[in-house]
Design a protein around this ligand. Structure first.
Ligand code: PLP
Length: 391
């Protein structure tokens, strides 16, 4: 049975050119650059040089101002946590040094990834209050909604560039401008935006952003925290002071080399990928919406750039996500649901709840996400299998 992988928002296969770029750093030969990038000798210097080339490449691809704004992490979960805690603590400290003794407040949207949402527990333990900005039925946060939610003690706003379940794209630059007008810092989780819509950090004018390599053909366990030059930040990990003290720990040089290669590919190929994926998205939505009992979770107009081109999310009335996923899996299709399948819980996804989808319907959610290798025929084959399953 042929397997058709349509879960690229969860992870992607390692691209061949990324694997080739990483290979020399995983060898053990006499001339191999396997060294610790902080060692002074030749092997260490070779690793250091690869590390700094990777930093330069990522900085250019993402439209940063300077390479030292790029901090390599163990993935976007770490980057999100480090940004939320590190920026909030540093901003509060800065205010206190100026004689403003505030507890500090952090604002986020209700459709953030758990890596941001659950960091709120840590923030509360550190004395911050956490607030939520309202969104519309597509998950979109308007400038007015953010304006209304800003309070005097707000030190940080975190709103994702694009949502991983329903694909909603936010107006990052406009939202960042609101936060800045109120004297707050702005962080965006741009994991799903990378390679799918244009990402330009200087144009967005955000203070921090998170990225993950494995969503764009890179290795798992590597990511990027962008920290705009001059942004107050209290490092999350203490240790040997690597990454200019922003993230201690011996750098994962093979992973970082792979991360840089994957990010460059994703950015270079973004326009062509988006054009191809958008057509498949529009057709899949149209055909699924025509099936009895199937409701698109968001209303995505054809050709719309307000939603990611590679994500389709529908709810199937009278069915449970888990059953649909397993039945499709039996037929060779890998897709995912919006609900917390991994924990065995039947709770509907927090994202679908936040956009007002009723519980019963949300329990039958299904997410299909395209990648570099997805073809029109895969969409046709998926549609046939899906129709058979719901029949
Ligand atoms: N943020 C978003 C929007 C994601 O989709 C993911 C991946 O699921 C993450 C953060 C976490 O990324 P990582 O797997 O690199 O920790």
């Amino acid at each position: 049975m042929k397997r058709i992988y349509l879960d690229n928002a969860a992870t992607t296969p390692l691209s061949a050119c990324v694997a080739a770029a990483m290979a020399p750093y995983m060898e053990a030969g006499e001339d191999a650059p396997f060294g610790n990038a902080n060692s002074l000798h030749d092997v260490g210097r070779k690793a250091f040089s690869a590390l700094e080339d990777a930093r330069m490449s990522v900085s250019r691809a993402l439209g940063a101002q300077r390479p030292d704004e790029i901090v390599f992490t163990s993935g976007a979960t770490e980057a999100d946590n480090a940004a939320l805690v590190g920026l909030a603590l540093a901003a509060r400290e800065k205010a206190r040094l100026k004689g403003r003794h505030i507890n500090g407040r952090v604002l986020m949207s209700r459709i953030e990834h758990d890596a941001v949402l659950h960091a709120s527990k840590m923030l509360k333990a550190l004395g911050f209050s956490v607030g939520f900005v309202s969104n519309d039925g597509s998950g979109r946060v308007s400038v007015d909604a953010l304006e209304a939610a800003m309070e005097e003690e707000t030190v940080l706003v975190s709103i994702m560039a694009a949502n991983n379940e329903i694909g909603t794209v936010q107006s990052v630059a406009d939202l960042a401008a609101v936060a800045h007008r109120h004297g707050a810092l702005f962080h965006t989780d741009a994991v799903q935006a990378l390679g799918k819509i244009p990402v330009h950090l200087r144009e967005w004018d955000v203070d921090a952003a998170s990225f993950s390599a494995h969503k764009v053909g890179g290795p798992k366990g590597v990511g990027v925290l962008y920290l705009k030059a001059g942004t107050p930040f209290m490092p999350y990990l203490a240790g040997g002071g690597q990454e200019r003290g922003m993230r201690s720990g011996t750098q994962n040089v093979p992973g970082i080399v792979g991360c840089a290669a994957a990010i460059k590919n994703a950015v270079d190929n973004q326009p062509s990928f988006a054009a191809k994926a958008c057509k498949m998205r529009d057709r899949l939505y149209e055909e699924l919406a025509a099936c009895k009992g199937v409701k698109p979770s968001v209303s995505v107009p054809a050709d719309s750039s307000d939603f990611l081109p590679h994500i389709v999310n529908v709810c199937v009335r009278g069915h449970e996500s888990q059953t649909l996923i397993l039945q499709l899996d039996l037929r060779g299709f890998c897709v995912s649901g919006g609900s917390a399948c991994s924990s065995g819980s039947l709770d509907p996804s927090h994202v679908l709840s936040a956009i007002g989808i009723e519980r019963n319907l949300a329990q039958g959610s299904l997410r299909v996400s395209f990648g570099e290798f997805t073809q029109e025929e895969d969409v046709d084959a998926f549609l046939n299998a899906f129709k058979e399953v719901i029949r």
